[in-house]
Write a protein that binds this ligand. Structure first.
Ligand SMILES: *[C@@H]1O[C@H](CO)[C@@H](O)[C@H](O)[C@H]1NC(C)=O
Ligand SMILES: *[C@@H]1O[C@H](CO)[C@@H](O)[C@H](O)[C@H]1NC(C)=O
Ligand SMILES: *[C@@H]1O[C@H](CO)[C@@H](O)[C@H](O)[C@H]1NC(C)=O
Ligand SMILES: *[C@@H]1O[C@H](CO)[C@@H](O)[C@H](O)[C@H]1NC(C)=O
Ligand SMILES: *[C@@H]1O[C@H](CO)[C@@H](O)[C@H](O)[C@H]1NC(C)=O
Ligand SMILES: *[C@@H]1O[C@H](CO)[C@@H](O)[C@H](O)[C@H]1NC(C)=O
Length: 629
């Protein structure tokens, strides 16, 4: 098709009656004010985010096939910097991080790919995908105009671009990568914190991206003034009113959120398929041409990859494909029907002239007509409460509240976003009792309360938790001891241990007994707690296990927020408050079970595991292991 493609180049709207080659490869991607032009033809792109490290490579072909069957033309993924550059200049691309393998799985399925290199991604991913080590390179401020950040970022993005080029994966090389993204959700919102330094950075990032010379267009999401020729794109629940950063740019939607991520302690978010379909239909009705579901398959935040804080390991997202790779009904099927209907309109939508007709106070029609006589109409009822009957071209149409009807011939409704026709069966997971089956398969390992092995250091006062662990573990022990005399208690009052922490959680032990736990939450990781205690005369040992639950993944200066204790005191004593904050504190990084990797399959026979006839209950700091066959 190469020769033919050249002759179509000047005619992006020629109606092609020929069979097109598989969409998974391209050779020339450009754009105009309306859409991408792929090998000479305007294209409407249904894209779906699937993040490769959130599933295992064995799942990739099936996930991509499910997306394709659901009507996708394209897969979108971030590139996860901290998963790939594990130490400065030391790269990792194995297993779940085998990016080239993933892109090829997508290509071999005949689908296009949007590569969001970032390298900042947010993504509910630990530290927003920026390696923790970079925070400790002197002079670094993330996502702003400073040499260490720029040079490390440039090295990484260049590495990724060269890797894709070497494998001939950019569309300009005959591959399937049609767009590349630089930065992520910088937007007006960060500019107000970082000011001109941030702005300068955004400009710099764009010019760097262009310098990469990949032969495909570049996008920057949620940057209202992405510098030319970078295409600004929308991330939101609705993008119908989104205006691109110039009249010569098409209208792209990089993140349509079909659900939401889950945080610990909160209910499981849900977005009805009718509302997702409404948002998509409105976007195409109002001139959009690339639409991506963030995410189509969310998957799992394996290991310690989750960001947050307090975002769960499940990244199911109420997405069209669930965490386990199964279709979610009716969402998956309802959107499939929507995609089919929109594709019927593709040519007229992208090549026709548009006109608008008001059908009522909250009812409207957008009509597209092309030179070959094609006519497409979207009839919308944006009233969220009331169904409506409207008259369009002398015919009557029922429009349920908050819905769009699609008429690929300006007459017949092939789809209404509020009418879910598809199957509604749900997958029900059945729990299996491990305890009942074979009790003798259990073993446990009990952690020491406080310092195990040799301490790491003793310091007067508190250190920052993250600065100390460097995120090699979630756990940091802070221990101290103090003496009380026999008459410590103030009459009628109980002594209370008061803890102030920047986050994220604590288990507190006094004289080896658990006296309580506390934690923050997704919106407020810091917390204050008062725990009633019974002191003993003489020496008392206090051991506080500070915990992180996924590092911050976004926000202004997020890498400086820190964690751990800021004040520990005892009140309710006869002599008033005893402030332990400036005591000598003894520190230990991590847990013993982590040190011996007891959680890894290859340690299942480690002799530290103690067999149990029955697993003990309510035992703090206990690792449990069970095998099932
Ligand atoms: C790529 O497509 C554009 C517009 O469709 C056209 O102007 C350009 O000549 C094409 N380039 C190549 C190398 O075919
Ligand atoms: C669109 O409208 C313009 C002028 O308004 C006209 O010149 C052109 O032929 C129309 N195109 C189509 C495809 O109808
Ligand atoms: C999170 O913590 C803050 C401060 O303690 C509290 O005001 C807020 O209600 C908490 N939110 C949730 C969802 O628990
Ligand atoms: C972490 O350490 C750096 C210096 O290494 C310091 O500038 C920063 O303030 C510390 N962060 C916290 C939260 O203490
Ligand atoms: C810690 O909190 C106690 C009780 O509120 C207070 O008296 C003390 O001054 C605080 N210490 C520091 C170092 O802020
Ligand atoms: C705290 O530790 C330092 C050094 O480890 C030591 O010199 C000092 O005496 C200790 N202070 C107390 C009150 O134990």
């Amino acid at each position: 098709m190469a020769a033919a493609a050249a002759s179509f180049a000047a005619l992006p709207c020629l109606l092609l009656l020929l069979l097109l080659p598989s969409f998974g490869a391209a050779s020339n991607v450009t754009y105009d004010h309306r859409s991408l032009i792929i090998d000479g033809r305007r294209r409407l792109v249904i894209s779906t985010s699937i993040h490769y490290p959130r599933s295992v490579p064995e799942m990739w072909p099936k996930l991509v096939a499910e997306a394709k069957d659901g009507g996708a033309d394209c897969i979108e993924t971030y590139v996860f910097w901290n998963g790939h550059e594990i130490a400065p200049g030391q790269y990792y691309f194995e297993d779940r991080f085998d990016l080239v393998r993933f892109v090829k799985v997508v290509r071999d399925a005949g689908l296009l790919l949007i590569l969001r290199i970032g390298p900042f991604v947010a993504a509910e991913w630990n530290f927003g995908g920026v390696p923790v080590w970079l925070h400790y390179v002197p002079g670094t401020v993330f996502r702003t105009n400073n040499e260490p950040f720029k040079s490390h970022m440039q090295s990484f993005t260049t590495y990724i671009v060269n890797m894709m080029k070497k494998e001939q994966l950019f569309a300009s090389q005959g591959g399937n990568i049609i767009l590349a993204q630089i930065e992520n959700e910088y937007g007006g919102y960060l500019e107000q914190y970082y000011g001109t330094a941030g702005k300068a950075y955004a400009m710099w990032a764009a010019s760097m991206a262009l310098a990469q010379n990949t032969g495909v267009p570049w996008i920057m999401c949620q940057q209202p003034d992405a510098p030319d020729p970078v295409i600004n794109t929308c991330n939101s629940f609705y993008c119908d009113n989104f205006q691109p950063n110039s009249p010569t740019k098409p209208k792209f939607w990089t993140e349509n959120w079909p659900g939401w991520f889950q945080t610990f302690g909160e209910s499981n978010p849900h977005r009805p398929p009718e509302d997702v379909a409404f948002a998509v239909a409105r976007f195409f009705e109002k001139g959009g041409s690339v639409q991506n579901y963030y995410v189509y398959h969310g998957g799992t935040n394996f290991g310690r990859t989750t960001g947050g804080p307090f975002i769960t390991t499940s990244y199911d997202y109420d997405a069209p494909i669930d965490e386990y790779g199964l279709r979610r009904f009716p969402k998956w099927a309802h959107l499939k029907e929507l995609h089919k209907s929109i594709k019927l309109c593709e040519h007229t939508l992208l090549c026709g002239n548009t006109s608008f007709v008001s059908l009522g106070p909250k009812q409207e029609a957008d009509i597209y007509t092309d030179q070959s006589g094609g006519c497409v109409a979207f009839l919308a009822n944006i009233d969220s409460d009331k169904d409506k009957v409207v008259t369009f071209r002398n015919r009557q149409y029922d429009l349920p509240a908050w819905s769009v009807s699609i008429l690929p011939d300006c007459k017949n409704v092939v789809f209404n976003t509020a009418k879910v026709q598809s199957q509604t069966s749900m997958v029900v997971m059945v729990p299996e009792s491990l305890q009942a089956a074979k009790p003798d398969r259990w073993s446990i390992f009990r952690e020491t309360t406080g310092i195990w092995g040799k301490n790491n250091f003793i310091r007067n006062g508190f250190v920052d938790h993250i600065n100390t662990t460097k995120d090699t573990t979630d756990y940091l022990w802070y221990t101290t001891s103090f003496s009380v005399d026999g008459s410590y208690s103030s009459k009628g009052t109980q002594a209370v241990l008061n803890i102030d922490s920047k986050g994220h959680g604590v288990h507190a032990f006094l004289n080896n007994e658990l006296i309580g736990s506390a934690y923050g939450n997704g919106s407020q990781s810091s917390f204050t707690v008062g725990l009633p205690i019974n002191l003993r005369t003489g020496k008392n040992d206090l051991a506080l296990l500070s915990m992180t639950v996924g590092l911050q993944n976004a926000g202004p200066s997020y890498e400086w927020i820190g964690a751990g204790f800021t004040n520990v005191s005892i009140s309710g004593l006869k002599n008033g408050v005893v402030d332990l904050s400036s005591n000598n504190w003894t520190y230990k990084i991590g847990l013993e079970g982590e040190y011996y990797s007891l959680f890894k399959p290859d340690q299942r026979s480690n002799k530290r595991w103690v067999p149990q006839s029955e697993p003990p209950k309510n035992q703090p700091l206990t690792w449990y292991k069970v095998s099932k066959c």
